[in-house]
Write a protein that binds this ligand. Structure first.
Ligand code: DOR
Ligand code: ZN
Length: 348
C-alpha cells in the first residue's frame, strides 16, 4: 500500500480568495501547498481591467511572506463592454492569464457578467488571435432552464457555437459537474478542458438535501446526482489531459452562508490537495494524481509544470473548523472542518 507520495507541486486553476481581510485569512492556505493559482475576478467591484488586475495581484502578494514562491495568476472579468485592446495589453504585459465569463447572475458577484453573447465576440476573436485562455462558468441562466440542467444547456446553447465560431480559442469549462459535461469535454478536447472541484467528486445531491438542508453543500454549479459524481470521479482519476485540478475554494462569512438567501461556495483550500489524494487513493488511482493536480493544467494553459515538489503522507489529522476574519465578516467555516483527513502534506 502506498503511504507516501511525492508529486510536482500542484496548481489551483480556479480559486476565490476575495479581498482585504478575507484575502489575508484565506490565501496563505493555498500559497503553502500550491505553486500557482488562478485568482477569480468576482470581487466587488469586479476585476475588469489590466489596471484592476495588477492592483489586485499586488494586494494578494502583500498578504504573503516576502520570500514566497507562490504565483497568483490573474483573470479579467468579462462584461458586455470589455475592451479587446485592454485585454490584449494586459495579456502581453503578463498581467492577465485569461478572461473569465460569468453569465450575468449565475453565481456570487456575477451581476456585471455577460448578458449579450454577441457583444463579447470581438474580445473572443482577439483572444483567439493572441492565444489567450477563456475560462467559463458554464451555466445557462434562462429561468426556463432547471438549475440541475444549467450546465448541459449551456454546452448546447452557448459553448458548442463558440467553439465552432472560434476554433483556435482554447477554453476551460470550470467546475465540471455533470456526466453530460464529462462526455462533452472528452469529445471537444484539446480545444476545451475542464477543472473539477473536490466537492463535486465527493458528494451528490442526496448528501446535500437528503438528511436535512446542509447549506455548506450549496455551491454553483449545484452538486448533482450519484450518476454524475461517478462520471466525474472516472474523468478526474483517468489521468486524461483534458481534466485538471481547480478547487473553486470560495470562502464566505458565516452570516452570508446562512442568510435567508444563502451564498454559494465552500472554503476548501485548507483540505483541497489532501481531499483529492483521498479520492484518488479510494479509486486505486494515486498514480494519476500528479497528472491531474500538476501536469494537465499547465499543459492546457501552455505553461511549464512547477519544478518544486510536494509530499503527502497517509497520516490522520483533523481539519480546523474555521478561519477568523478581522472586521465584520468575522469567520468562515472550512469544508470538512473537524473531520479526520487521512492524507497530510508533509513537505511543500
Ligand atoms: O459556489 C460558487 N461560489 N460558485 C461560483 O461560481 C462562485 C463562487 C463564489 O464566488 O462564491
Ligand atoms: Zn468559482
Amino acid at each position: 500500500m502506498t503511504t507516501r507520495i511525492t508529486i510536482r507541486k500542484p496548481d489551483d486553476w480556479h480559486l476565490h480568495v476575495r479581498d482585504n481581510e478575507m484575502l489575508k485569512a484565506s490565501l496563505p492556505f493555498t500559497a503553502q501547498k500550491f505553486g500557482r493559482a488562478i485568482l477569480m475576478p468576482n470581487l466587488v467591484p469586479p476585476v475588469r481591467t489590466a489596471a484592476d488586475a495588477d492592483a489586485y495581484r499586488k494586494r494578494a502578494m502583500a498578504v504573503l511572506p516576502k520570500d514566497t514562491t507562490f504565483k497568483p495568476l490573474m483573470t479579467c472579468y468579462l462584461t458586455d463592454d470589455t475592451d479587446p485592446d485592454d485585454v490584449e495589453r494586459g495579456f502581453k504585459e503578463g498581467i492577465f492569464t485569461g478572461v473569465k465569463l460569468y453569465p450575468a447572475n449565475a453565481t456570487t458577484n456575477s451581476a456585471a457578467g455577460v448578458t449579450d453573447y454577441r457583444k463579447i465576440e470581438p474580445v473572443l476573436a482577439r483572444m483567439e488571435k493572441i492565444g489567450m485562455r477563456f475560462l467559463i462558468h458554464g451555466e445557462e441562466v434562462d429561468p426556463a432552464v432547471d438549475v440541475f440542467d444549467r450546465e448541459a444547456v449551456f454546452i448546447e446553447r452557448r459553448l458548442i457555437p463558440m467553439t465552432k465560431k472560434f476554433p483556435g480559442l482554447k477554453i476551460i469549462l470550470e467546475h465540471l459537474s455533470s456526466k453530460i459535461g464529462v462526455e462533452y469535454i472528452r469529445s471537444s478536447a484539446p480545444q476545451v478542458g475542464a477543472s473539477i472541484t473536490p466537492y463535486h467528486l465527493r458528494h451528490n445531491r442526496t448528501d446535500w438535501l437528503g438528511w436535512g438542508n446542509r447549506p455548506y453543500f450549496y455551491c454553483m454549479p449545484v452538486i448533482k446526482t450519484e450518476h454524475d459524481r461517478l462520471a466525474l470521479i472516472d474523468a478526474a482519476t483517468s489521468g486524461d489531459a483534458c481534466f485538471f485540478l481547480g478547487t473553486d475554494s470560495a470562502p464566505h462569512a458565516v452570516a452570508k452562508k446562512l442568510g435567508v438567501v444563502g451564498a454559494a461556495g465552500l472554503f476548501n483550500a485548507p483540505v483541497a490537495i489532501e481531499t483529492y489524494a483521498q479520492v484518488f487513493e479510494e479509486q486505486g488511482k494515486l498514480q494519476n494524481l500528479e497528472a491531474f493536480a500538476s501536469l494537465n493544467g499547465p499543459r492546457h494553459y501552455g505553461m511549464e509544470p512547477n519544478s518544486e515538489t510536494i509530499t503527502l503522507e497517509k497520516r490522520d489529522w483533523v481539519a480546523p473548523d474555521e478561519i477568523k476574519v478581522a472586521g465584520p465578516e468575522e469567520r468562515a467555516l472550512i469544508y470538512r472542518g473537524g473531520e479526520v483527513i487521512p492524507w497530510k502534506v508533509i513537505q511543500s
